[in-house]
Design a protein around this ligand. Structure first.
Ligand code: DQA
Length: 148
């Protein structure tokens, strides 16, 4: 059950602070600040507030997912490389009673084999992957549609 919050958490995992500088041929030239502005504009126009965060630490992402249970109506998460390894994130997503959408800038299924497995996918309501920064707004659209 979701609460009455109109806030959506967008959580970003390891190395996403380097967005725009890191492997731009894969992840694009826009920075994480650009992505935050994109998400804020998209949500503002639809009557939602944005809480946008990034951490390189798995446990911090777990704690923020717990926080989202009381303080948001849903979460979009780009868990970065923790996508492929983290049972802790899987359990946190399963444990909270707010919908969570998994997202990736790149198409993880078209890349190295170790990226084909997502440890969090089964705990999420769905996955958006491969649309660059538009993956963020597509994930938000999917989440809002699900909530409504
Ligand atoms: C990523 C894909 C992951 O495999 C990778 O570890 C990342 C970024 C993406 O947005 O495409 O850090 O989540």
């Amino acid at each position: 059950m979701s609460n009455n919050s109109k806030t959506i958490f967008v959580l970003n995992g390891p190395n996403l602070n380097l967005l725009g500088k890191r492997e731009p041929e894969i992840y694009g030239a826009q920075s994480l600040v650009d992505v935050e502005k994109l998400c804020g504009g998209f949500l503002g126009a639809r009557g939602y507030d944005l809480d946008f965060r990034q951490s390189n630490h798995e446990g911090e992402l777990v704690t923020w997912l717990h926080e989202a249970w009381d303080n948001s109506c849903g979460v979009c998460i780009n868990a970065g490389a923790y996508t492929h390894t983290s049972i802790a994130l899987h359990d946190a997503i399963r444990g909270i009673e707010v919908p969570v959408v998994e997202l990736h800038l790149s198409n993880i299924h078209a890349r190295e084999e170790f990226r084909h497995t997502s440890m969090i996918a089964a705990a999420c309501i769905g996955q958006i992957s491969g649309f660059g920064t538009a993956s963020y707004t597509l994930a938000l659209e999917a989440l809002i549609t699900h909530i409504a």
